[in-house]
Every structure is written in C-alpha cells, then in structure tokens.
Design a protein around this ligand. Sequence first.
Ligand SMILES: [Zn+2]
Length: 340
Amino acid sequence: MLEELLQKLQAITADAKSALSAASTPADVEAVKNRTLGRNGAITALSPMMGKLPAEDKKAAGMAFNEAKQGIQAALNEASARINEKKAEEAPAVDVTLPGRAWPFGRKHPISQTIDACCSIFRRMGFIAVSGPELETVWYNFDALNAPANHPSRDPQDTFYLPDGRLLRTQTSPVQIRTMLGSKPPVRIVSPGRCYRRDTPDATHGVHFHQLEGLYIDKDVSLADLRSTILKFAKEYFGTDVKVRMRPHFFPFTEPSVECDFSCVMCGGKGCRVCKNSGWLEIMGAGMVNPAVLRNVGYDPEEVQGFAFGFGLERLTMLKHRINDLRIFSDNDLRFLKQF
Ligand SMILES: [Zn+2]
C-alpha cells in the first residue's frame, strides 16, 4: 500500500517536471499546477489513501507527500521565472525619451466660474452660500414670496408645472424662504442656482438660466446697507471704477423695490451699443424685504428688517467676457469652453 502510494507520487512529480521543462507560456505553467496541486489535482486525489495506511507507514507517507509538493512547486517557480525572463528579453526596449501621452485638464464651465467668483465676493462680506431644490411647490416659489394670486408669472405659459402641481423653480428665492423658516435672524445668505421659465430661446433668453439671490435680515438694516453691499460687489467683480445707481421699481417680494444699474462696463459710461447709448446696464432687482414675506416665515417685521437682491449669472458672465449670445453656454462646444 505504501509502496504503491510512493510510486504514484514519484510518477506524478516526474510527469509534472517534464511538462514544466517544455512549458513556454504562463498558461502552460498554470495548467500543470492545476492538474497536480490544484483542488482536483492528482496529488490532492491521493490524500484519501493516507487514511487507509497502517499507523507505522503514515510518517513515511507524509514525508513523501511533502517532498512531492515541494518538488513540483520548485519546478513551477523555475518555469515561471524562465518564461518571464524570456518575455523580458523579447520585449522591445522602452524609449524613455518619447513624449508621454498628455491628458487634457478639464476646467469649470464659465457659469460655474461666475458662481464661484460671486460667492467668494459675498463670502468676504459675511454671506453664506446655500442651495435648495430645483423642484418646488407653488407655496415656496410664489405664495410665500408674496406673489399675487393673479401674477402672470404663475401662468403655465410662463412656468413649467408637473402633473402633481409642483413646478420647476422660476427663481432661487424659495431658498430664502426655506432658510428663514429653518433659522432665526440674523440671516445673511446668497443662493446661486439654476432656474426655469417658459421662454422662446434667443440670444438673451433661455428656458433655463442661473440666478444668484442674496438676503440679509437683521435689526436696523436699511436701504443704505443694500446700496453699499451692491456697490462693493460691483467694484469687486467689474473693477473699482464701476458706479451703481438705483431706480424705483416694483417687485412683490420687496417694498420699496429698486432696479440696480451698473455703469456700462463696455464703454465706461460714455454710451455704446451694449448699453443702448445710456451708459448704464440693468443688472439686478433688489429692495427691502416686504413685511408680508417676513410674517410668512414667522419673523416679526417690527423686530427685524432686511434687504434682498437677485441677478442673472448668464448676463454677468456675458458682460465680463464680452459674449453676445447666451445659447453658447449650453452648446457644449469645447472650442468655446476651452477659452475659460
Ligand atoms: Zn456702454
């Protein structure tokens, strides 16, 4: 019985060694390994014979098993090393002087860069950037912001409604409502983001666009604070010689409301095609937050006041980089995008 086992082990070992000396690929080596030492290999298949041996033969059998396994393993290693060495010799030499394959750097979209630049300016003035959902309810987008029930912007011709009655936000102001509902004054935030309106796309209108709105609520906030904040922003973004003027306007969200014009950044105020020879550019809507809005979010208008402002980021980017058609922002033309 022992004799038979030893003979079988020797035969398997000899067979494996001769196969390995002829092996020329890693797959050849792997095949020999599998059929000898593998789970269903020949050596493994002999194991049950060990149990049937008389006690005095077990030690010799165990040693023979180990010897066979080690011998085959050594031959496997040797064959692998020989094949790898041969492969290295045959491989063409690497020319380390060849230029590498360059991976192009990605960069941020010009609108994203504008958002970053604006948020950074307002952050230095103590504003925190916050975001909110693009899918909104009528209450957040219109009611809480004091939009009259018959306001034309509520019309399905102007706003995208979902079958369940929700809508794609038409402005980022709902974020202001969400923030005020979730915190006590003082509040000092800016909310940049994507908005949607049903519009016929042309050079200055798109069905989706980006806005940045700001809100500052505290005790004793006045229109003068709004003016100095806007002026500071204008100078930081466009340069120190930019002037700001305010004109009376009407927005349901604010009372009083103003339209903020910046002196034309194209002609310096002398008058050009972009400013229609007026020397001024309409940039943002703003005003003191309507007491009705403050009451909607549970603030006491006798205790706190605040101002809000909002502007389009496409327009700001177009003025800064002298772009005359906003459709190019969503064309995804790399020749355009690579310039930023
Ligand atoms: Zn001009």
